[in-house]
Design a protein around this ligand. Structure first.
Ligand code: PMP
Length: 427
């Protein structure tokens, strides 16, 4: 076959620009959007360059901005002990384990991290994946099959939706946090399927609200379903000790079959994990494609995550400070008449602006005024619900929160007084 290849290359007809990505509809659409933005003078709010560690503040160009665009919830990215642990792991193991754990073998640091995660969630066992996104895709995709039913919240993260696609199971979405709608779906369709999985998030990344876990446990028991909770934004954040949604709502974590989390947010690293029973973890380690066919967890990130979990346990004030900061942020926003939707006082607080163009323009104004916050626009949220999304961390202080809300309030008022002019421009 090797011998054939050069001949095939020489004789194969080359279609006109067949390999030119710039002819793809997606690329044409991107160019049109860029041209429209340029015409109306709207800068791209995404991909700003940060010159150093982005914490409560961040250096962009030569300006230090108040930063609300990093989900460094516990403020541990760059913590001296976390960085030292990452460096020590590199010194011992190098920068990679160089193959899947099935092939290249285990490192003690993998076991240590998985035991720390199981301890955090109060489960028997845990397994780490190199990406949070791949954790959901692989776990849901591997556990469920075409005869099964998956019910997920309408605001589920893309990785959950992709996991349901990979599984081939029937997928039903219920309106956000509407557990009556979930029950209706179950009553109507549960009996037609073999296994059933309900997937929710501990803290929703668009609205900053949480589901009713006690009721979910009751529902899944009655309908013979498994319950999976994605704690990407709630691990390290909810509960008096940052143990997540179960601690927050006083539920026994072992009532929930699958705890999922990421290491990229509270735990100053990257990657994802599943915590649950020994049997569940064994099944995933033997077959989940994102584990079996992907490189083992990088030592430096394992070192950083282990130290972050240890710091969360040693310094519970960090989880509590997120809540105090968020409570103040929410109170100030509400006093100013800003729309924060259904957000609770936790790490994610949206300020709903309206249409996508307004949200982008508002984020750009704030950037110029010294606040780095990103807009969330259609199709991530409905067009009339475009918003600014603030990530509140333990590293922010009271003065920064007060200053930020004052700037946001001022800029939004100013923008609204200029509305007719810019609306014409944005056309
Ligand atoms: N689940 C949720 C709810 C998320 O918000 C995200 C990403 N922010 C992920 C999973 C994927 O995690 P990661 O970015 O660590 O891959």
């Amino acid at each position: 076959r090797d011998g054939d290849e050069p001949a095939m290359l020489e004789t194969a007809p080359v279609g006109p620009r067949a390999f030119d990505f710039s002819t793809m509809p997606q690329h044409k659409q991107l160019r049109m959007m860029a041209a429209a933005a340029e015409l109306s003078g709207i800068a791209n709010p995404f991909f700003h360059v940060h010159e150093g560690r982005a914490g409560a503040t961040t250096l962009c160009g030569n300006r230090t901005l108040l930063n609300f665009a990093s989900y460094n919830y516990l403020g541990l990215n760059g913590h001296p002990e976390v960085s030292a642990a990452a460096k020590a792991a590199i010194d011992r193991y190098g920068t990679t384990v160089s193959a899947s754990r099935l092939v290249a073998g285990e490192r003690p640091i993998h076991h240590e991290l998985e035991m720390a995660l199981a301890r955090l969630h109060g489960t028997e066992d845990a397994v780490v994946f190199v990406s949070g996104h791949a954790t959901n895709v692989s776990t849901i995709g591997h556990l469920m099959g075409p005869k099964d039913l998956i019910l997920c919240d309408a605001l589920s993260h893309n990785s959950i939706v992709e996991g349901t696609r990979m599984s081939g199971a029937t997928r039903l979405m219920f309106a956000h946090n509407d557990l009556d709608a979930l029950e209706e779906h179950l009553t109507r369709t549960r009996s037609r399927h073999e296994r059933c999985l309900i997937v929710v998030e501990g803290l929703y990344s668009m609205d900053g609200d949480m589901p009713d876990l006690k009721r979910l446990v009751n529902i899944k028991r009655r309908h013979d379903a498994w319950l999976m909770v994605d704690e990407a934004h709630s691990a390290g954040v909810l509960g008096a000790h940052g143990r997540g949604l179960a601690e927050e709502q006083g539920v026994d974590p072992n009532e929930i079959e699958i705890w999922m989390g990421t290491l990229s947010k509270s735990f100053a690293a990257a990657g994802g994990y599943i915590a649950g029973s020994h049997a569940l973890i064994e099944i995933l380690k033997a077959g989940a494609p994102g584990f079996v066919f992907s490189v083992g967890f990088p030592p430096a990130l394992a070192g950083a995550a282990i130290k972050s979990i240890e710091l969360l346990e040693r310094e519970p004030w960090r989880a509590q400070k997120i809540r105090t900061n968020a409570k103040l942020f929410l109170e100030l926003c509400r006093e100013a008449g800003l729309d924060t939707g259904t957000a609770i006082n936790a790490a994610v607080v949206p300020v709903i602006i309206g249409d996508s163009t307004s949200a982008v323009m508002c984020a750009n104004r704030l950037y110029e005024a010294g606040v780095n916050v990103l807009p969330i626009i259609f199709p991530a949220v409905p067009e009339k619900q475009a918003r600014l999304r603030f990530f509140i961390t333990a590293e922010h202080d009271e003065a920064q929160i007060r200053e930020t809300v004052a700037i946001v309030d001022r800029e939004i008022r100013q923008m609204r007084t200029e509305m007719p002019a810019w609306k014409r421009l944005a056309g």
